[in-house]
Every structure is written in structure tokens, then in C-alpha cells.
Design a protein around this ligand. Structure first.
Ligand SMILES: NC(=O)c1ccc[n+]([C@@H]2O[C@H](COP(=O)([O-])OP(=O)(O)OC[C@H]3O[C@@H](n4cnc5c(N)ncnc54)[C@H](OP(=O)(O)O)[C@@H]3O)[C@@H](O)[C@H]2O)c1
Length: 372
């Protein structure tokens, strides 16, 4: 059988390629995960790819039928690399495990397991029952890292929360009363825009919205259509009508997390300008974050990029709601007038581990994930 001739090294190599492909539609597949499938065969001259698929924008079709369509008859006897266990239930589309069986693949290599009870273990069981060899867990951690938003929403019923902050070398995130202070350089800034493109929503506190007047869109060439929804914690609806966020609300969704005590006239004005509202619960005079996250998950948001400011970041950290912590550290110092960051590489809350570090121009990047 074809699949048996592949070495563990081949499996890792093709799974790594499938994981890279799955990244293409991050943030674009609604409540479905961005998953990839590669179909690889070896006719005696070494393995080569005959079909590839990544979950379509919007979430359907899934990756498997697209890869099978591309491969056609060449799928028979091929090895399928799937970054997430193939679905086994009849939903709006027939089960992908069934499609793989019908196409006659020889072997399925899977990375992450799907926690969805309709799938968990059943996709692989269905394949095995049909006589298909299954190799599970190849690069499982790497695949799960890219699927974290979907996995978090499935298991915790809230979006994955990614806290991103830019810090000076002396641990400051801005200057008191000075509005937006450029901390990191252009290359790091572009990296942040990639993170925006891959997120379902960005959130800031009203303090940042008032002082910085940010736009919070993805402004990389060719990727402006990938700007996620913007959310502001704005209990009293203080966001100015002429702010960049409101002025762009008809092009890029803007949600204001506002309390019942906000002025109805302001609410009407902001609504007219294109803003939408999230009903929130209050806790000690602040917006209750767990309930807000429940609401966002129910609306289909799987990942939330929190971009500050200091109090908002501190609140998410204090409530144990941060899953991933992304710190960009510049070589420059700000000094005594700076606003202290609520977290820095020397003071990482317990339960986090360093996942990766990199340099973006002169800036250093540290990414930590919470071990659940
Ligand atoms: N370097 C960076 O990465 C970065 C990123 C963003 C911002 N910044 C800087 O950070 C500074 C602003 O920080 P900030 O702390 O003043 O403002 P902030 O965190 O942006 O906003 C705080 C406000 O959000 C509202 N809020 C509602 N619910 C909350 C909750 N559960 N927890 C916390 N806040 C809640 C409160 O306003 P109400 O009183 O109206 O409820 C609170 O005053 C600016 O200087 C900005 O330039 C730096």
C-alpha cells in the first residue's frame, strides 16, 4: 500500500506544509477553524502533492473535499495530511471522513484532535473502521497552536484572548497625557498588522481610544479587507463622533461595550454613525470581562486581540483571561514620565511559558502561552 512507504520524516515534512497552508485563512472562517489538507502520493519517484485544500473563507467547504477535488482519481492510494481530525457528523456538509473513505485514500495522518464531541475520536474511528490506516498526533502541538482560537472557543466557550503590548526597554507603554507614542519600529508595526489580519476582533479600553485616537485596522498592502471588528470598552459612550474609529465604522465594524447608564442621545448618534453595541454587565463599576467574552463567543468571535491600554491589559491579566501574551520590546527608554506596563518579560504571570522569540528590526518579540 502507498501510504506505508512514507517515512516519519515525510509525515512531519508534509504536516508542516499543511500547517503553513492552514494559516492562510486564519480569522476568515467564522466559527469554523482554518484547517488544511494535503494529499500526497508516491508512484516510485518519491512523494509529491496531488491535492491541497484550506477551509474556505466563511467556513465552508472544508479543506478535505477541496483537496480531493483537486486530486481527482490521484487521491486513490494517496496519503492525506489533515491539520485537524476530519469531521464525522452530517452537518451542513457530509462528513469529511466519509469523503476520504470514498476517495480511497490509503492512509490519513492527523495533527490536532477536535474537541467537538460530534467529532472527537469519531473521525479517526470512522476511517479505521473502513480499513484506512491512521497516524495521529503528528506535529499536534504546532497544529493546535494555530487552531487555538477554535479550540479555546470549543472548550472554554469564549474567544482566545491575545494580549499584545509594545514596551520600551524600561517597561513603559506610553507617556502620561501624550497620546500615541511610537515605541517600536516599522517592522514590528507591520507584524502587529499581520496579527490583526489573523484575529476576529481587536479590543481597546476607552482610555486608549480617547488619548491615541487609533484606527485599529490592518493597513498592510493588499490586506486591508482583513481588518477585524474593533471593540471599545466604553461604559459611558465617551468615544467622540469625530474619532477615527467612529468615522470608519461604516467600512470596518465597530462595537461599543456600553452600560445601560450611557446617554441614550449619544447612543443614537453613534448608532447613526455605524457603531453597534454590546450589552454588558458591570462589576465594581467596570465592564465584566468574562460575560463580555461569553457574548463575543456567542456572536461567533473565536479570537480577540487586546491592544491595551494599561488598565485594560491589567484587568484581563488579573482575571486570568489572557491565553497568549505578545510583547514587543524596543531598545529605547521612556523614563519617569512613562506609563508602566502591567507585565514585562521579567514579570510574566505564573502559568505562562515562552513559546517563541524573534527580532523585528531593532525590536525584540516574546510570545508566551498559558499552559491550560
Ligand atoms: N504601548 C502599547 O502597546 C499601548 C497600547 C495601547 C495603549 N497604550 C497607552 O495606554 C494609555 C491608556 O491606558 P489607560 O489604562 O489609561 O486606558 P485603557 O486601558 O485603554 O482604558 C481604560 C478604561 O476602559 C474602561 N473599562 C471598562 N471596563 C474596564 C475593565 N473591566 N477594565 C479596565 N478598563 C475598563 C474604563 O473606562 P470607564 O471609566 O469609562 O469605564 C477605563 O478607564 C495611553 O497612553 C496609550 O497610549 C499603549
Amino acid at each position: 500500500m502507498q501510504g506505508a512507504s512514507f517515512s516519519p520524516h515525510d509525515d512531519q515534512r508534509y504536516m508542516a506544509a499543511a500547517i503553513r497552508l492552514s494559516r492562510r485563512h486564519l480569522g476568515l472562517t467564522g466559527t469554523n477553524p482554518s484547517v488544511a489538507t494535503l494529499l500526497v502520493r508516491d508512484d516510485g519517484i518519491g512523494p509529491y502533492i496531488v491535492g491541497r485544500g484550506v477551509t474556505t473563507v466563511g467556513g465552508r467547504p472544508h479543506a478535505e473535499p477541496q483537496a480531493l477535488d483537486e486530486a481527482g482519481e490521484r487521491a486513490r492510494g494517496a496519503v492525506a495530511y489533515v491539520t485537524l481530525e476530519p469531521c464525522a457528523h452530517h452537518g451542513r456538509t457530509p462528513p469529511c471522513a466519509e469523503a476520504l473513505i470514498r476517495a480511497g485514500v490509503a492512509r490519513v495522518v492527523g495533527a490536532a484532535r477536535d474537541p467537538d464531541p460530534r467529532v472527537s475520536g469519531r473521525g479517526y474511528a470512522m476511517l479505521r473502521a473502513a480499513g484506512i490506516e491512521v497516524t495521529e498526533g503528528v506535529l499536534a502541538e504546532e497544529a493546535a497552536d494555530l487552531l487555538k482560537a477554535y479550540l479555546t472557543r470549543s472548550t472554554k466557550k469564549r474567544p482566545e484572548v491575545i494580549l499584545k503590548l509594545a514596551l520600551s526597554n524600561d517597561g513603559k507603554i506610553g507617556i502620561q497625557g501624550e497620546g500615541q507614542v511610537p515605541i517600536t519600529g516599522e517592522i514590528a508595526r507591520r507584524q502587529v498588522h499581520v496579527m490583526r489580519a489573523e484575529a476576529d476582533a481587536i479590543l481597546v479600553g476607552i482610555g486608549t481610544a480617547l488619548v491615541d485616537d487609533p484606527l485599529l485596522t490592518c493597513r498592510l498592502p493588499g490586506l486591508s479587507a482583513r481588518s477585524p471588528a474593533r471593540i471599545v470598552l466604553d461604559r459611558l459612550l465617551r468615544l467622540p463622533i469625530d474619532s477615527q474609529l467612529v468615522r470608519s465604522a461604516k467600512e470596518v465594524p465597530l462595537f461599543l461595550a456600553a452600560g445601560g447608564e450611557a446617554d441614550p442621545a449619544r447612543r443614537a448618534m453613534l448608532k447613526e454613525a455605524g457603531a453597534e453595541f454590546l450589552a454588558v454587565e458591570a462589576m465594581d463599576g467596570q465592564i465584566a470581562l468574562p460575560e463580555l467574552l461569553d457574548d463575543l463567543a456567542a456572536r461567533g468571535f473565536s479570537s480577540l486581540l487586546v491592544e491595551g491600554g494599561a488598565s485594560t491589559a491589567a484587568a484581563f491579566l488579573a482575571e486570568g483571561l489572557v491565553d497568549r501574551l505578545c510583547l514587543f520590546i524596543s531598545p529605547g527608554s521612556i523614563g519617569a514620565r512613562g506609563i508602566a506596563a502591567p507585565v514585562d518579560p521579567d514579570h510574566i504571570p505564573s502559568g505562562f511559558r515562552l513559546l517563541r522569540q524573534a527580532s523585528f528590526g531593532e525590536d525584540h518579540y516574546f510570545e508566551y502561552v498559558r499552559a491550560d
